[in-house]
Design a protein around this ligand. Structure first.
Ligand SMILES: C[S@@+](CC[C@H](N)C(=O)[O-])C[C@H]1O[C@@H](n2cnc3c(N)ncnc32)[C@H](O)[C@@H]1O
Length: 363
C-alpha cells in the first residue's frame, strides 16, 4: 500500500548550498544569528531551528555567503505517490499568498548542475495541477519580481519533499533554487565561462559594450569569453597559454605575465577588474590592492574569485570584505556560486548605480 505523510515545521528556516559546504553554512548561520540551531540536514540542504523572537529571514539571506537560497520552512511531505503528495504541499502553505512556485532538486554527488531538473519540472507541473481550488495558477520555476511570494519545494529524496516559502528580494532570491543556469555555449573554452556569466548575473555588475576589462588569471579563457560576449574589451593577464579561439577575438589581448608584473599605471585604461588566479586569497588581495589603489586607476568594480584552499579560510571572509571596502568599493558582497568550485566570488562596486538591478539575465 502506498504511504503518505506530511508534517508542519515552524519556526524553522531552510537553506540550500553547494555540496560539501553544509558545515560552513551551519557555522555561518550561527554566527549571523546566535541561538539558531541546525536540525534536519541532507547534502546541499539544511534546516535550522530558530531562536525565540526571530522574525525576519531577510537579513540572513542577504548576508549569507554560502546559502544559495533560504526561507521559512513550512514542513515536509513524504509520499510514494506524487498525486497524493501534491495536495499536502498546498495544505502546508495554508492560506498564504503564493505568486511563484519553485521546485528543484537538492545538490547530490554527481548530480546535475542545474537543480531545476526535468523531474523537478514534472513534479512542479503535478503540484500545479492539484493546486487548491481557491488559488489561481502560478508560474513554475520562473524568475520572480522583487516582493513576490515564492513557494519552494525541494526534492530531498525520491518521495520526500521539503516545503518552504520566501519573499523575492535580492537578485538570487528571485531565481529558482537561488541558482542561475544556462547551458555551456559551444564556443566556450572552459567551464569558467558559466562561472563568469553567473557571477555577472548575481552581482548585476553593469559592464557595458566597449568597456575595458582586465582579468588576472585568464587562461585558457572561458571567463574572458563571457565578458567578450557582453561586448567588453578584455585584456587577459596570465603566464599560461590562452586558447587560440580567445586569442583570435578582435577585442581580446593577452599579456603573458603575472598580475604583479605589469606596471600599475598600465591599469589606468581599465574600468573593471576580474581576478581568477589559482593562488592564495591573500596573494590575490595584495595584488588587486596594489592596482586599484594606485593613483589614477579608475577601476569601478572588481569581481574576485578567492579559492578556499582550506575551509578554515572562511573565518577570514569578513576581513576580506572589509579590505575590499577599504579600497573605496562601498558595495561589497560575496557568494559561493553553484557554478564555481571551493571558492567564493566577491563583487565590489564603487557606486550602487553600477549595478543592473532587477534586469532579466542576458548573455
Ligand atoms: C582557474 S585558472 C583561470 C581560469 C580562467 N579564468 C578561464 O576563464 O579559463 C587560474 C589561472 O591563474 C593563473 N595564475 C596563477 N597565478 C597568477 C598570477 N600571479 N597572475 C596571473 N595569473 C596567474 C594560472 O596560470 C591559471 O591559468
Amino acid at each position: 500500500m502506498k504511504s503518505c505523510a506530511s508534517e508542519a515545521a515552524t519556526p524553522f528556516l531552510f537553506a540550500t548550498c553547494r555540496l560539501g559546504a553544509e558545515p560552513t553554512l551551519k557555522s555561518e548561520m550561527s554566527s549571523l544569528e546566535p541561538g539558531i540551531r541546525s536540525a534536519f540536514a541532507r547534502p546541499g540542504f539544511v534546516t535550522f531551528k530558530l531562536p525565540a523572537g526571530f522574525s525576519s529571514s531577510d537579513r540572513l539571506i542577504l548576508k549569507s555567503v554560502f546559502a544559495h537560497t533560504a526561507g521559512w520552512s513550512c514542513g515536509s511531505v513524504r509520499c510514494d505517490s506524487t498525486a497524493q503528495g501534491a495536495p499536502r504541499v498546498w495544505d502546508l502553505v495554508e492560506g498564504r499568498r503564493v505568486h511563484h512556485l519553485h521546485v528543484w532538486q537538492r545538490s547530490s554527488r554527481g548530480g546535475p548542475l542545474n537543480p531545476v531538473t526535468p523531474l523537478a519540472t514534472e513534479i512542479g507541473r503535478q503540484l500545479l495541477s492539484r493546486i487548491s481550488r481557491d488559488r489561481k495558477p502560478v508560474p513554475l520555476n520562473q524568475i520572480a519580481q522583487r516582493g513576490q511570494q515564492i513557494l519552494d519545494c525541494i526534492l530531498i529524496e525520491p518521495g520526500e519533499w521539503w516545503v518552504g516559502r520566501h519573499v523575492a528580494n535580492a537578485i538570487p532570491s528571485r531565481w529558482p533554487a537561488g541558482v542561475i543556469h544556462r547551458e555551456m555555449p559551444p564556443h566556450a573554452v572552459s567551464r569558467a565561462y558559466l562561472k563568469m556569466w553567473a557571477c555577472l548575473q548575481w552581482s548585476g555588475m553593469a559592464i557595458a559594450p566597449g568597456d575595458g576589462c582586465v582579468e588576472l588569471g585568464s587562461a585558457p579563457g572561458g571567463s574572458s569569453q563571457a565578458l567578450l560576449d557582453r561586448g567588453a574589451h578584455v585584456t587577459g593577464i596570465d603566464p599560461a597559454e590562452m586558447d587560440e579561439n580567445v586569442l583570435a577575438h578582435p577585442s581580446f589581448r593577452h599579456l603573458r605575465m603575472r598580475g604583479s608584473e605589469l606596471k600599475r599605471r598600465a591599469f589606468r585604461e581599465f574600468r573593471w577588474l576580474i581576478a581568477d588566479a589559482n593562488v592564495a586569497p591573500k596573494h590575490t588581495l595584495d595584488t588587486v590592492e596594489g592596482i586599484v589603489t594606485y593613483p589614477g586607476v579608475p577601476i569601478r568594480g572588481v569581481l574576485l574569485t578567492l579559492k578556499l584552499l582550506q575551509w578554515n579560510l572562511v573565518e577570514q571572509i569578513p576581513s576580506w570584505l572589509e579590505r575590499v571596502r577599504s579600497w573605496g568599493y562601498r558595495h561589497v558582497r560575496a557568494r559561493q556560486l553553484a557554478s564555481g568550485g571551493q571558492e567564493i566570488c566577491i563583487a565590489g562596486m564603487r557606486h550602487r548605480a553600477l549595478r543592473r538591478v532587477g534586469r532579466r539575465p542576458r548573455s
